[in-house]
Design a protein around this ligand. Structure first.
Ligand code: SAH
Ligand code: SF4
Ligand code: F3S
Length: 436
């Protein structure tokens, strides 16, 4: 028997890419490859890429440049580019980096086995179609391996929102929801392999709608699966935050008290120019409703500063909104021009001003995050232990509020939900003692 070839996959970008990489690994390993941890002696290197900001996209080309030496040492090495850069730039990638053998867009992964056969025959393969068939249906599955306690499950893909700054509607295509019965079957399968927590993913996950099922109904059904202890979902759009989903936060015990609901800006003028389809007041009203049914909910958000025409007063409105919400966690970015998006031709905010705003916002958000973490000290939290921590003898897991929690515990407890009394808050995690 031929020794299996070696496949190395590097994943950039959002959790949906993480899920896709797992599924691609499954598909490719079923054609005679083993997954390896390092690119050094791989036979195939696949980059699953992100196009969301300019830096993310440019990183791919410098990474590809680093592989020159591997290709020189092993001329048979195949290099592939998948994900959102592949979709956005297609053939252009090969013009810029002729070493690349394969370019595959995020909706064409099920065609990978045929594409690999073509590449093996010494040809190039490029596919950036948006085929009508479900890629997940046609992706071959690998053997039933044991899984880590927390898993991603993509339920919805694509986006129809067309925020003026964003490439996702172009790289991922329009909104498509996967059938609920298939998702329930996949969830059961994950639980059989040791999964205790499922994070339902979608670029716009709360726009999920399939066979009349909303995301709330899917969550309610999934919660009936024995052995599945925790459910989360991400990322949501304020305009799709229906009352049934808000209600689920109040009465589905397995649904964790954490909501990532990006707002991007606190200024109605900017929200309008971003084409966000809601005002700051609409957003705050949703948070009020959620807090009414789930007072302890941890909120998380995304922000863009320096969007074209953002003035100091608009930025102040963003700071005020943050003061009002007091996020447990938040991500903030400087606006990055994305070619082909509606905002691409608008006048830019001065780079120094944008950098200064980003720093001021991050300072505020970090302070709130620290306050939230500090409020957990002294409390006993149920923590799903996920893996060994860097410090010997320690494990790390997640609180219901998605914070990393470290504690001294035996490895046999991985996959279990244990009670931990929090003793200390560190920069990005909590530390505590195992109670039971
Ligand atoms: N579908 C999700 C996530 C989109 S990408 C959503 O709607 O929220 C994740 C975050 O990247 C966005 O929320 C936004 O804050 C940021 N982002 C997207 N495009 C950007 C751009 N052109 N410049 C800077 N940040 C951007
Ligand atoms: Fe991008 Fe807006 Fe869609 Fe989110 S909702 S993926 S930010 S277009
Ligand atoms: Fe990036 Fe594509 Fe996700 S652009 S954030 S990998 S959808």
């Amino acid at each position: 028997m031929k020794a299996p070839k070696k496949l190395y996959i590097k994943t950039y970008g959002c959790q949906m890419n993480v899920y896709d990489s797992e599924r691609m690994a499954d598909a490719i390993t079923s054609t005679g490859y083993d997954l390896v941890e390092k690119p050094d002696d791989a036979d195939m290197i696949l980059l699953n890429t992100c196009h969301i900001r300019e830096k993310a996209a440019e990183k791919i080309y410098s990474e590809l440049g680093r592989y020159r030496k591997f290709k020189d040492a092993k001329p048979d090495l195949k290099i592939g580019v998948a994900g959102c850069v592949a979709q956005a730039e297609g053939e252009e990638i090969i013009h810029r980096q002729p070493m690349v053998d394969l370019v595959v867009g995020p909706q064409a992964y099920h065609r990978l086995p045929e594409m690999l056969a073509k590449v093996d025959a010494g040809k190039r393969a490029i596919d950036t179609d948006f085929p009508i068939e479900d890629k997940f249906d046609h992706l071959p599955r690998g053997p039933k391996a044991r899984r880590a306690p927390s898993a991603f499950l993509t339920v919805q893909e694509g986006c129809d929102k067309f925020c003026a700054f964003c490439v996702v509607p172009y790289t991922r295509g329009s909104e498509v929801s996967r059938p609920p019965q298939k998702l329930l079957a996949e969830a059961r399968d994950l639980v059989e392999r040791g999964v205790a927590e499922i994070n339902l993913l979608g670029q716009n996950v709360n726009a999920y709608l399939a066979d009349d099922w909303s995301l709330a109904r899917l969550i309610r059904e999934m919660a009936k699966i024995d052995g599945l202890e925790r459910i989360r979902f991400t990322t949501s759009h304020p305009a799709d935050m229906g009352d049934d989903l808000i209600a689920a936060h109040g009465d589905v015990e397995k649904l964790m008290p954490y909501l990532h609901l990006p707002v991007q800006s606190g200024s109605d003028k900017i929200l309008k120019r971003m084409n966000r389809k809601h005002t700051a007041a609409d957003y705050l009203k949703i948070l009020d409703k959620i807090r009414a049914v789930r007072p302890d909910i941890a909120l998380s958000g995304d922000f863009i500063v320096g969007f074209p025409e953002e003035e100091e007063s608009d930025f102040q409105a963003t700071l005020e909104l943050c003061e009002q919400v007091r996020y447990a966690m938040a991500y903030s970015f400087k606006y990055s021009v994305r070619p082909g998006t509606p905002a691409a031709n608008r006048g830019l905010v001065d780079a120094d001003i944008a950098n200064d705003r980003l720093q001021r916002l991050q300072k505020l958000l970090t302070g709130h995050q620290m306050d939230f973490q500090q409020s957990m000290v002294g409390k006993t939290l149920p923590v799903l232990l996920e893996k060994p921590a860097r410090d010997p003898g320690q494990l790390v897991g997640k609180s219901p509020y998605l914070q990393a929690v470290h504690c001294q515990a035996d490895k046999s407890l991985i996959g279990k939900i244990v009670n931990i009394k929090v003793t200390r808050s560190e920069r990005n995690s909590l530390v505590g003692d195992l109670i039971s």
